[in-house]
Design a protein around this ligand. Structure first.
Ligand SMILES: N[C@@H](CCC(=O)N[C@@H](CS)C(=O)NCC(=O)O)C(=O)O
Length: 296
């Protein structure tokens, strides 16, 4: 695990993964006053060195550097917010990879003041969430213009096209076609890796090879469409979980022999809007282990 930690800017948030059952009754959250961002965290000297030397391009730098104070999660004892009062609200769980996609999108567009985060404790959900906000009773959900919408892949596109901030969709028909192909593969990707965790991990190789090949398609940048886009945002929460888990549990390094993947992860780790949503990899691994054990 030492190797892994050099590349991470951990935040003290625990993790939940829907297919892998439960971790703890209540996710461990940062104290209300905690600031999620590299400055507030206890970093090792290696991490600090990486942070100082990390080259951040001007485009990256403009992608939101707001250090946000995260609100505590609402649980069954919490009152609902004043729903449909005109405020735009993003209901998330700090531990949900699907919600993380939308949270990253909101951060990367610099919408911290326009879209209010409402974290929900999924293990002790408030009844009003299903009754008054989102009958599907899942996160993420977005309250906007007197409506509530769900589904992370729909929401990242919706936020990108309905709100201000830098566009995260690439205006090129060839890239757009490829974006749709990649987005429609996200679910199979997740399922393939998940089933390989239970069985032969080398079967996951094909899923990671697909990503490696995708990263080779455009040579105008290290991201899945060359330049940073919603497609990177759709995959990264799952890679963030699979990478440390497979390394720890199966001794399988997803970046070995996949140089594009290694470079992509390194570049993603420099995106401020993503960094603010990241989890401590040790907690990810421990949570996944517990969940997997519960299923065996
Ligand atoms: N397809 C949905 C999946 C969302 C999802 O499964 N969220 C989980 C948390 S990671 C959830 O809310 N689970 C609560 C439940 O199923 O009761 C999306 O992409 O938004």
């Amino acid at each position: 695990m030492v190797v892994l930690q050099a590349g991470y800017y951990g935040a003290s948030i625990s993790f939940s993964f829907p297919e892998l059952a439960i971790i703890s009754p209540r996710p461990k959250l940062p104290p209300p006053e905690a600031v999620i961002g590299c400055q507030s965290l206890a970093l090792s000297s290696v991490q600090l060195r990486r942070l100082r030397v990390a080259p951040i391009s001007s485009t990256m730098a403009s992608r939101s550097t707001t250090q946000e104070v995260l609100p505590p999660a609402l649980d069954s004892t919490s009152d609902p917010p004043p729903i449909f009062d005109g405020t735009t609200r993003l209901y998330i769980s700090y531990t949900c990879p699907y919600a993380q996609r939308v949270w990253i999108t909101r951060n990367c567009k610099g919408l911290q003041d326009k879209i209010k985060l409402i974290p929900i404790d999924l293990q002790n959900r408030p009844a009003w969430y299903k009754e008054k906000v989102y009958p599907a009773n899942k996160v993420p959900a977005l309250e906007h213009n007197n409506e509530v919408k769900g589904e992370s892949l729909d929401l990242i596109k919706y936020i990108d096209s309905h709100f201000e901030g830098p566009s995260l969709f690439i205006d090129d028909p060839v890239k757009q076609d490829f974006a749709e192909e990649l987005l429609s593969y996200t679910d199979s990707f997740r399922k393939d890796v998940y089933s390989s965790i239970k069985g032969n991990v080398y079967e996951a190789g094909a899923a990671f090879d697909y990503i490696e090949k995708a990263l080779s398609k455009f040579d105008d940048g290290p991201f899945l469409l060359g330049q940073f886009s919603l497609v990177d945002i759709a995959y990264i929460p799952f890679i963030e979980r699979f990478q440390p888990f497979l390394l720890d549990v199966k001794n399988y390094d997803i970046t070995l022999g996949r140089p594009k993947m290694a470079a992509w992860i390194e570049e993603m780790n420099k995106i401020e809007g993503y960094k603010q949503t990241r989890h401590d990899p040790r907690e990810l691994v421990e949570s996944l282990k517990k969940r997997l054990m519960a299923q065996l």
